[in-house]
Write a protein that binds this ligand. Structure first.
Ligand SMILES: [Zn+2]
Ligand SMILES: [Zn+2]
Length: 256
C-alpha cells in the first residue's frame, strides 16, 4: 500500500515536471538530462521511470530523443498542476503564507488532497485562473489561461513589458522581487542594456512613481512579460485579464 502511494507520487511528480519544462518555453523539449536536473535525480533513474511511464501510456520516448506526454499523460499532468497551483493560491490568500513559502508546502499536499477539497478551495477562492506566481491554473471546465509572453531578457532597450509570470524556483529571488515592487502585472521598462554580461537597468512603475533597479541575467530570465498591458479590472470574455491569451483548451479526462 505504502509502495503504491510512493509510486503514485513519483508518477505525478514526473508528469508535472515534464509538463512544466515546455509550459513557458515551447522551444524546449524535455530530455532525460533536463528531467534529472528538474527533479534532482540521476539520469539513470529518470530512464527507468520514463520506461515505466511509457508502459503506463503516459509518455512516448524515442531513445536519446525528447520525452513527449501522451493525451492521457497530459490529462494527469493537468490534474496535478491544478492541485498544486490551487494549493499555492489558497495558502497565500486564505492562510497568509508568503509567495516565497508556498511551493514546498504545495509539493507535499498536492499528492494528498482529495478532489472534493480541491473543488472547495477553488470555490472559496472565487475560481482563480492563475496562481501567486502567474502560473495558469487549469480551470475545472478545461481552460488554461496562457498569455503570449516573452522573457524580460528578450525585450529591447526602451520597451515596456507587463509581468505575467515570476519563476518560483528560488525563494530568495521571489523575496528580492517583492522588496523591489516587482509583482504580477507590474510595468517594467528596459532602460539600459549594458555589454559584456553586465546588469541591465530597468524601471518599475511602482505606486510612488518609477523605480530604477539593476537586474542580472538570472533575474531577467526569471520574469515573463506580455507586451500589451493587462485589461483594466474587467475580465476578458473567457475570464482572464490578458489581452493576448491563448485560452488553451485541454482535455480534462472527464467523460461527461
Ligand atoms: Zn506557483
Ligand atoms: Zn485567458
Amino acid at each position: 500500500m505504502v509502495k503504491v502511494e510512493r509510486d503514485q507520487t513519483a508518477v505525478e511528480n514526473y508528469l508535472k515536471t515534464l509538463f512544466g519544462i515546455t509550459e513557458w518555453d515551447s522551444t524546449l523539449s524535455p530530455t532525460t538530462a533536463q528531467v534529472a536536473t528538474g527533479l534532482g535525480v540521476t539520469p539513470s533513474s529518470v530512464s527507468s521511470m520514463v520506461n515505466k511511464l511509457a508502459a503506463l501510456g503516459y509518455v512516448e520516448h524515442e531513445r536519446y530523443g525528447a520525452i513527449e506526454l501522451t493525451k492521457a499523460g497530459r490529462v494527469k499532468a493537468m490534474s496535478v498542476v491544478r492541485r498544486h497551483r490551487l494549493l499555492e493560491t489558497y495558502l497565500v490568500r486564505a492562510l497568509g503564507f508568503g509567495w516565497d513559502e508556498v511551493h514546498d508546502e504545495a509539493e507535499v499536499l498536492e499528492h494528498a488532497v482529495s478532489n472534493l477539497m480541491v473543488e472547495r478551495m477553488d470555490a472559496a477562492l472565487g475560481y482563480p485562473w492563475r496562481d501567486p506566481h502567474g502560473d495558469p491554473i487549469p480551470t475545472a471546465n478545461g481552460v488554461f489561461h496562457q498569455p503570449v509572453a516573452w522573457r524580460l531578457s528578450e525585450l529591447e532597450q526602451g520597451e515596456t513589458g507587463y509581468i505575467a509570470r515570476i519563476s518560483d524556483d528560488d525563494p530568495d529571488m521571489l523575496r528580492y522581487f517583492q522588496d523591489h515592487a516587482i509583482g504580477l502585472d507590474s510595468a517594467v521598462t528596459i532602460v539600459e542594456r549594458r555589454p559584456f554580461g553586465a546588469s541591465t537597468r530597468i524601471e518599475v512603475q511602482a505606486d510612488k512613481g518609477p523605480e530604477p533597479h539593476d537586474l542580472g541575467e538570472l533575474a531577467l530570465d526569471s520574469l515573463w512579460v506580455t507586451r500589451k498591458p493587462p485589461l483594466p479590472r474587467e475580465l476578458s470574455a473567457e475570464g482572464c485579464t490578458y489581452p493576448d491569451c491563448r485560452h488553451a483548451a485541454f482535455a480534462t479526462g472527464r467523460t461527461s
